[in-house]
Design a protein around this ligand. Structure first.
Ligand code: NAD
Length: 471
């Protein structure tokens, strides 16, 4: 049993003022693995006050100092890779292919920001003006449970590069992972108050961070519904916001696609992170001409996406993070059946041979139309919808006919054609033929998938305010 009863303020692990205790569970077994003592509004205020005190000196640090801090942070996270991986498997249930990537990705986000910082021009001349990019002020980060390390590290890295101090509220469901990660970050020996991490409920600590007048900017990753609340709460003091929200990514198989290559990629990006990924390509679009062939291939090949325990290296689909999330996914699977979509793989209930844990079956619906709720709403589980199109125009129309706009996928053989189609998709990123992640390229959504961009120099810009001095 893990008892998490500390939060991190002013460079120290302290007992929170808040007294509420929440249970922590292993989603693969449904067993209680520990408890977390949650911070309250007083704790949120104390964290903000610490970050505010640290801000003036930190804002004056130079590039060299900040690069050194980023390198220390990266090393400190990488040094405890094995423990971080283990915690993520136990508390979140992520399969090994994902935990292996997640810790490396989290540690490398500091290195990537150090690289950006080396070349970043904080001072630029524009005519008579000298324009300086200055740190935006105390920032609040609010993060979800589906990649706890990655979101905390990416946001912290950007704050350090910009010279802003930060308060962080991770998901209350990730407290074991947060505790370990905080111990790593503490090892980097940053000045007191530069970063502060408070476990707590969203509607308590998250809400205080979103409305407190001393917070200049909120960087939020989570659901679109909560993103709206963060935006509203910040409006009173005109906070700058970066919102990374939900998605319903189109996963478009063009009629010239080589299915031997495309089908495994379509399934991989559709079911990534057990379907608990904002960037998952959950709407599979296929031409009428190839529909029968594609559906048959998907039906057969989804069987290679083995559900099960994170201890099994062959597992590709882990459990849903919580009972609530499991029930939500189950409700959507039942809804798909009720809406008249054709179930071609999976369905309600747990996968065969699994009697415990919040596992959902990898599920595919065919004959889905874009007005069905399973095609419009983010399910956040291993559930794919196959929709068909007559021609390229209709494919683009269906792809863009959504309130989301985060990440789209194209599969085909004619690169020039795919580049043209990519320019017509209303989303922040388009991935062609399963191309690997580019950590320095901007990441974020159009429409209700968010506001602003993270990563690379675009991400850094969003933690800075330009000031023009005219002479
Ligand atoms: P969530 O919106 O429920 O919670 C996210 C965070 O916000 C948590 O820390 C939560 O405690 C906090 N929160 C809840 N209510 C709040 C309030 N009133 N004020 C301030 N903070 C509050 O999301 P989740 O269930 O943790 O994560 C899943 C969602 O995150 C999905 O919709 C997914 O698409 C989205 N997501 C987006 C991205 C992206 O980069 N675009 C990445 C990962 C996840």
């Amino acid at each position: 049993m893990r008892i998490i009863d500390k939060i991190y303020i002013d460079g120290q692990f302290i007992t929170p003022h808040g007294t509420e205790i929440a249970d922590l569970q292993n989603p693969s077994t449904e067993e209680k693995i520990g408890t977390v003592r949650l911070g309250d509004v007083e704790d949120a205020k104390a964290a903000i006050a610490a970050a505010k005190r640290a801000f003036p000196a930190f804002a004056r640090t130079g590039k060299r100092e900040r690069i050194a801090m980023l390198e220390h942070l990266s090393d400190a996270v990488a040094a405890r890779n094995a423990e971080l991986t283990e915690a993520m498997a136990t508390e979140y249930g992520a399969p090994q292919y994902f935990t292996g990537f997640a810790v490396v990705h989290a540690a490398s986000s500091f290195r990537h920001m150090a690289e950006v910082l080396k070349d970043y021009k904080f001072t630029r001349r524009i005519g008579r003006a000298e324009v300086t990019m200055q740190p935006i002020g105390v920032t609040a980060a609010i993060t979800p449970w589906n990649s706890n390390y990655g979101f905390i590290c990416a946001k912290l890295a950007t704050a350090i590069a910009a010279g802003t101090t930060i308060v962080i509220k991770p998901s209350e469901m990730s407290a074991v992972q947060t505790q370990l990660l905080t111990e790593c970050l503490h090892e980097a020996d940053l000045p007191m108050g530069v970063f502060n991490i408070v476990n707590g409920r969203g509607d308590v600590v998250g809400a205080e961070f979103s409305r407190h007048p001393d917070i200049a900017k909120v960087t939020f990753t989570g659901s679109t519904a909560v993103g709206r609340q963060v935006l509203r709460a910040g409006a009173e003091t005109l906070k700058r916001v970066t919102l990374e929200l939900g998605g319903k990514g189109p996963n478009i198989i063009l009629d010239d696609a080589d299915l031997n290559r495309a089908i495994p990629t379509v399934l991989r990006v559709g079911l990534m992170n057990s379907g608990q990924a904002c960037i998952a390509g959950t709407r599979v679009l296929v031409s009428e001409a190839r529909k029968a062939e594609v559906i048959e291939r998907l039906r057969v090949e989804i069987a290679t996406f083995k559900p099960g325990m994170p201890s099994d290296p062959a597992v590709m689909i882990g459990p849903m993070v919580s009972q609530k999330q499991y029930e939500r996914v189950q409700a959507y699977i039942r809804l798909g059946v009720d809406e008249g979509a054709e179930l071609i793989a999976g369905g309600p209930g747990r996968p065969q041979g699994i009697s415990h844990g919040w596992f959902s079956q990898p599920t595919i619906f065919a004959n889905v139309t874009n007005d069905m709720r399973i095609a419009r709403e983010e399910i956040f589980g291993p559930v794919l919808s196959v929709l068909s199109y007559q021609d390229e125009e209709e494919a683009i129309h269906i792809a863009n006919d959504t309130s989301y706009g985060l990440q789209a996928y194209l599969h085909g053989t004619d690169m020039e054609r795919m580049q043209k189609l990519a320019s017509r998709l209303d989303c922040g990123r388009v991935v062609i033929n399963g191309a690997p992640h580019e950590p320095l390229a901007p990441f974020g959504g159009m429409k209700q998938s968010g506001i602003g961009r993270e990563f690379g120099s675009f991400g850094l810009d969003a933690f800075l305010e330009p000031k023009a001095v005219l002479t």
